[in-house]
Design a protein around this ligand. Sequence first.
Ligand SMILES: Nc1ncnc2c1ncn2[C@@H]1O[C@H](COP(=O)(O)OP(=O)(O)OP(=O)(O)O)[C@@H](O)[C@H]1O
Length: 624
Amino acid sequence: MSTGKINVTADNIFPIIKKFLYSDHEIFLRELISNAVDATTKLKQLSRMGEAKGELGDLTIKVEIDEANKQLRIIDRGVGMTAEEVDQYINQVAFSGAEDFLKKYEGKLDGADIIGHFGLGFYSAFMVASKVEIKTRSFKAESNEAVHWICEGNPEFNLEIVEQEDRGTEIILHISEDSEEFLKDSRIGELLDKYAKFMQVPIQFGTREETVTEGEGDDAKEEKVTVPHIVNNTEPAWTKSPSELGEDDYKQFYRELYPMTFEEPLFHIHLNVDYPFDLTGILFFPRIKPNMEIQKNKIQLYQSQVFVTDHVEGIVPDFLTLLHGVIDSKDIPLNVSRSYLQNDHNVRKISSHITKKVADKLEELFKADREDFAQKWNDIKVIIEYGMLSEEKFFDRSKKFALMVNSDNEKFTIDEYLEKVKENQVDKNGETIVLYAANKEAQHSFISKAKGKGYDVVILDSPLTSHYVQKLESAYEKVKFKRVDADTIDKLIEKDEEISSALSDKQREELKEAMEANVDKAKFTVRLENMDSSELPLTITVPEFMRRMKEMQMTGGGMMMGELPESYELIVNTNHPLASKILEAEGDFKSNLIKHATDLAMLQQNLLHGEALTNFIHRSVDSL
Ligand SMILES: Nc1ncnc2c1ncn2[C@@H]1O[C@H](COP(=O)(O)OP(=O)(O)OP(=O)(O)O)[C@@H](O)[C@H]1O
């Protein structure tokens, strides 16, 4: 037996482990199990190369809780370690790295960076254990000679040569008082599900009951037997080649990933690259309804089937965080902080590669079956529009298949649509005006006005619309988007023809004053327009620029202009007979006329509510 001092100058490594890694205590289990998985896969490789002799036997890794003795044990039948290896890998290496690190970064540490980076993986056990034992016998050992190492969370360790029948390593954690949650079946079960669900070697945690049928025909009997409970699927779908998988396998995998989600994904993208970096994975396009609370953090990041994180913002482009699925890459560092990951060269390459793949897949779907793609459009447009807004390259790719859907539910690509409306929606300045509505029902009267003029109206109802149209305007020359209720139809698409007014300048002046005296001036700007006498007498519009800024502020971005006030234009058609009638009227009758006509315009914009609506109804009844 020997005792020794772990190779570290200060006694400080243990407090550091505990303190800096505080927020993420649970990852100790991932560290220890992935060590066990590594040891097992190494053994398999050595055996294939003929360096490990004999039968390997059952290689299942076991996780055991011994609540009475307050122990958690992780047992593998992998390569094991000799005494020299324990000394080299456990006593020395871990700390020499940590020591340099501490010197360099003293005082400015974000603890998550330490682990892993410096081979502290195994030592993360001390976040939850007051004492850790390693019992290990190397596959190289000729006899039953094994090593027993004990450390009580201080730099002194104990190393003893013992006998052990079986090859492999057993890690025994004496769980400390403040970490007793890790002695609970449910907690460990949950962690195994989180971190080990797809690890490469079978992991057993307890047992479960299974019903088996004994005998055949009439003699068949059902019997309950107890079998080992294997917590992981060692060959998840993404590790297979796409040619081996059918549509149902992908759907099955989706359910495996999200057992609590009942909606099926719309389609998937199988990522499979080995050059210039290693990347596999399956991404799913979920159904996203406009205005629905968008769910992020559904993509899981793995490194060689070991779960790393499901907070992938900054790692994959933001718009892709709306997708679901798995990304696995050996090139993703396991244990580093988010800021480190975001700046990692490989991670950035991976991210732009994924963007490209997603665009490829969408284009392929569009080309292969445009009808089907168009049907899915409504469910995927938020993701695509989001992508087009945030990634220039994705924009360039997507503009070929992003669709415009008009009020008659006809679907066009952007180019097709611009071509279509060029015929009669070019204004006097040569700009093509795309008229759009956010809501077919609410803006019905505006839409039908536009259509009455022979114009077309697209429906843009995603929460990103104002950003999206802004983006399209900057990408396409001489194209402007205007919402149908942003102005009167003649002003939306201004042509050369001028309509003269039936009123004199003086009458116009009087009319304006009368209107202003009877409406809320803070809310409405009164504007007189000479329109066709068949047009409505009063129309309320929401100026395009103000509305867009307001919407963009709500969804992030846009100019910061403080709280934008509610503001509308009240447009009076001077050629409507009502204009003259207002001019001629006197006293209460005059103001009632104005109020009533204004209320009608508000109704058209769905702005009449509460007391104003009640008053309107009473006034209407009285006049019947
Ligand atoms: N269960 C085990 N069986 C065999 N060797 C092990 C086992 N656990 C740890 N080791 C050895 O100890 C070394 C140090 O382990 P540790 O977890 O600290 O770092 P790592 O696994 O090398 O790196 P990291 O965990 O940061 O990815 C391992 O590289 C391995 O050689």
